[in-house]
Design a protein around this ligand. Structure first.
Ligand SMILES: Nc1ncnc2c1ncn2[C@@H]1O[C@H](COP(=O)(O)OP(=O)(O)OP(=O)(O)O)[C@@H](O)[C@H]1O
Ligand SMILES: [Mg+2]
Length: 412
């Protein structure tokens, strides 16, 4: 690939080079504004554009947003391979480009989904993907790549915890996907002075999103140190590890259970989650027991469960159904401190707590869990609307950290 760029004025910066180096069919790059997403996205597909007669689409939420990627491709293809390019159609002549080898690039807005039907593709660039509708990718675009095993690169500044965040969380599944996360300042062409000027001028949450590339604003987050790239991945606990359950009850709201293993070095690994509304505790107990069995089959030892102390009747039901469960120790603030301490990076450079990327609800809540806006510093409370799986995690961590102390202070 570098050979291809030799004749272009392009030296990828470190982040862009990482994106290009990945050997994955689908690449997802989430980054702050001006990181160089459009340029790297276009250069990623350059080889496919000039070699052979493939068909590729550049798709954006609005037609105008197709232009940067499309221009880079059109310019490079002409400059590099001296291809005769013919531009036709489109309001400003940018929508279609054909090469003399029979290749075709189409720039499309995803505004009208039906325009996205009907063709098979060799490659696809999604521009500002977080602003596309989920449906555009799942129903109309992804299937276009099936017959030719087409490649895709999607780049975007984040936009809260929408479907793109979900895709990002799941992008560790399988070898087809690679995901990247960068801030504006990872583009060495943007001066630190400019970054600082923006930091001073913008509300903190806007800066975090648009410059820091954060899915959720760091400011106001209960777990600001939690980072999907650092704290999630495909996890396996060594056989023999003890697994603790954390349980938050709910019926209208989801009931949430997390399974947390502690490895020999005291690192916490959240291996599984259960997250379901509308299920009574007896029914949930059967599901929990089933997941316990799966983990036992992997050689893990299922230990105690720690649950919401305000649900003694539910705790009793779990115990009656063969799931030993105790009231979780400590208050909310203390539990949060314990989780934050566990998230910290250890001296060997690894985080003390990681979450399996299959636990999509917990990961979403870890990022979204925030303090009530406007509350005074000394009386702030976490937002109760999205705290089900995070509460379950808090109970498990409190149980793990205080299990001994509780037993000593309350001898049986
Ligand atoms: N490797 C590079 N070498 C030189 N200049 C670069 C490089 N990467 C990006 N740039 C420059 O940085 C600027 C931003 O690049 P680009 O438009 O690709 O970023 P972006 O992340 O898509 O921005 P936006 O958030 O506005 O969509 C452009 O002026 C581009 O030419
Ligand atoms: Mg761009």
């Amino acid at each position: 690939m570098n050979d291809l760029w030799r004749n272009l004025p392009y030296t990828p910066h470190v982040g862009q080079a990482e994106i290009h180096a990945a050997d994955a069919r689908f690449k997802l790059a989430v980054a702050g504004a001006r990181f160089g997403k459009s340029l790297s996205g276009a250069r990623e597909m350059l080889r496919d554009t000039i070699c052979g007669n493939g068909r590729g689409w550049v798709v954006a939420p609005l037609y105008a947003l197709v232009r940067p990627e499309f221009s880079y491709l059109a310019h490079d293809a002409a400059a590099l391979a001296q291809l005769r390019t013919v531009r036709t159609g489109g309001r400003d002549g940018y929508s279609r480009l054909t090469t003399c080898c029979g290749g075709e690039i189409l720039g499309l807005s995803a505004h009208s989904p039906f325009s996205l039907l009907g063709e098979e593709l060799d490659w696809l660039i999604l521009c500002e993907a977080a602003h596309l509708e989920r449906e555009a990718w799942e129903r109309y675009l992804r299937p276009r790549l099936g017959t030719r095993l087409g490649r895709m690169v999607a780049s975007s500044t984040p936009r809260g915890g929408n479907w793109m965040h979900e895709l990002y969380v799941r992008a560790t599944d399988g070898r087809d996907w690679a995901r990247f996360h960068y801030a504006t300042w990872d583009n060495p062409g943007i001066t630190p002075q400019e970054i600082e000027a923006a930091r001073r001028a913008l509300p903190a949450d806007v800066f975090d999103e648009q410059y820091g590339g954060q899915f959720m604003p760091l400011s106001g987050r209960v777990f600001p140190e939690f980072c999907v790239a650092t704290h999630t991945g495909r996890l396996e606990a060594p056989p023999g590890c003890r697994v603790t359950r954390g349980i938050d009850f709910g019926f209208t709201n989801p009931m949430a259970v997390v399974w947390v293993a502690e490895d020999g070095d005291g690192r916490l690994l959240v291996l599984r989650e259960f997250y379901r509304a509308g299920m009574i505790v007896e029914q949930a107990a059967a599901e929990i027991a089933r997941i316990d069995e799966e983990l036992r089959a992997e050689g893990l030892v299922i230990g105690m469960g720690y649950a919401d102390p305000s649900g003694p009747a539910h705790i009793a039901t779990l115990c009656e159904n063969g799931l030993p469960t105790a009231r979780a120790a400590g208050g909310v603030a203390h539990g949060i401190d314990l989780v934050r301490a566990a998230l910290k990076t250890r001296p060997d450079g690894t985080p003390g707590l990681r979450i399996d990327s299959g636990c999509a609800n917990l990961i979403r809540e870890m990022e979204a869990y925030s303090w009530h806006e406007g509350d005074a510093e000394n009386e702030k409370q976490p937002d109760k609307r999205r705290d089900h799986a995070v509460d379950a995690l808090r109970y498990a961590v409190a149980g793990l950290r205080h299990g001994v102390r509780v037993r000593v202070s309350n001898p049986a």
